[in-house]
Design a protein. Structure first.
Length: 253
């Protein structure tokens, strides 16, 4: 099996190191990840600047690495369209430092890197962990490696994107449940500050709000201590509204 590993925390982050190390027994590993942290980069791509790529030597003959001066989506796009000589069987993005639940998936570089893999027709996983330490990154990575054969056995359609979230209580064992996206928004505050040259700037900091999450949501599942796995697709069409709009004579002239 050929596995492309990426993230948005940067190629040297402890989460991606734990992940590619745990996946090594499963096959050939390719790591293409941002040179610097790009959390919150969403699905942005680099269009107006060159994308610099340097080989990253991990000291293992069976792991090839590229340090990419771009976004998480750039890394996957570039790997699939230019760096790899054949498509991988899997794209895995993570392990992210922090959860990616509910509305987080729209901003997350971790999820978007996996979405880019899915867009290319490759089974892709985004993996995130609440409350990261080295031991817990290792435990989440080992659990991800155990999950892969189960996912493959489900014969998921090509281009499937699975968003995996490990709970704050995760120590190595937990129930894995299929979920839908819940509600996780932020109460943001923009703090206005002044730089040494007297110009104002803003620094955003937020507090997650997780109200109104029913049974079956990713937010409720991780709160219960389960590993939440949400299949995600990026057809953003509002089909319910579309049906209403197409109904006969929906508008008064
Ligand atoms: Mn991140």
């Amino acid at each position: 099996m050929r596995i492309l590993v990426t993230n948005d925390d940067g190629i040297s982050a402890p989460g991606i190191t734990a992940l590619w190390q745990a996946l090594r027994p499963l096959g050939e590993i390719f790591v293409a990840a941002p040179a610097a942290e790009r959390s919150g980069a969403s699905h942005s791509i680099t269009v107006h600047d060159p994308i610099r790529v340097d080989a990253q030597d991990f000291g293992c003959a069976d792991v090839r690495g590229w340090r990419v001066g771009g976004t998480p989506a750039d890394c996957v796009k570039l790997a699939l369209e230019a760096l790899l000589d054949a498509p991988p069987d899997l794209v895995i993005s993570g392990v992210n430092d922090g959860p990616n639940l509910g509305g987080d998936v729209l901003y997350s570089g971790t999820v978007s890197a996996a979405a880019e893999g899915a867009k290319h027709g490759v089974l892709s996983l985004a993996v995130s962990l609440d409350g990261a330490t080295k031991e817990r990154f290792d435990a989440a990575s080992a659990c991800t490696a155990r999950l892969l054969p189960l996912c493959l056995a489900r014969r998921l359609p090509p281009g499937t994107l699975l968003n995996v979230n490990f709970p704050a209580s995760f120590q190595g064992e937990a129930s894995v449940v299929w979920t839908r996206l819940g509600r996780r928004e932020y109460e943001n505050a923009f703090e206005r500050r002044t730089d040494p040259r007297g110009r104002d700037y803003y620094w955003m900091h937020g507090r997650p709000v997780e109200d109104g999450n029913g049974e079956g949501t990713d937010v409720a599942a991780v709160r219960r201590g389960c590993v939440a796995v949400t299949p995600i697709q990026f057809d953003l069409t509002d089909y319910t509204l579309l049906e209403k709009l197409r109904a006969p004579a929906p508008f008064e002239a």
